[in-house]
Write a protein that binds this ligand. Structure first.
Ligand SMILES: [Cu+2]
Length: 141
């Protein structure tokens, strides 16, 4: 009986925590003159503890920021977010006109079919590597 109890405690400890899954990442194709683009994806947390996206690194731009889109006096504006909560058992969608990862100062033009390497940094889950294909917006209408 005591052994069984210890076993249960051990299992409970092992499965506690966030479990981050990144689904359908993609990066928007931009004209060669553009110095910025954005990455989109769904971030699912299949675990039983909240986690927070706190940063992003990108292989194709000098920096990457977490942004959200807001309407202010009928004008669409972007705001930088310090962190995005990914609730336990929940999913947060990064999509055009919503939350997105801004890729700032592109090192080279992004063409459809290329792959962009991103590292998503979470408060608890640490660094998660993602490969996101470059796609044109038209494919997502
Ligand atoms: Cu932005």
């Amino acid at each position: 009986m005591r052994l069984f109890f210890i076993f249960l405690v051990f299992i409970g400890y092992a499965i506690a925590g966030p479990n981050i899954i990144v689904e359908n990442p993609w990066v928007r194709e931009v004209p060669p003159v553009s110095t910025m683009s954005a990455a989109f994806m769904k971030i699912r947390n299949a675990g039983n503890e909240d986690d927070f996206l706190v940063g992003v690194e990108s292989s194709v731009s000098q920096s990457a920021e977490i942004h959200t889109t807001i309407m202010e006096d009928g004008v669409m504006k972007m705001r930088m977010l310090r962190e995005v909560k990914i609730p336990a058992g929940g999913v947060v969608e990064f999509k055009p006109m919503g939350k997105h990862i801004m890729l700032i100062n592109l090192k080279k033009p992004l063409k459809s079919g290329e792959r962009v390497r991103l590292v998503l940094i979470f408060k608890k889950s640490g660094r998660i590597r993602v490969e996101a294909p470059v796609k044109s917006m038209r494919m997502h209408h």
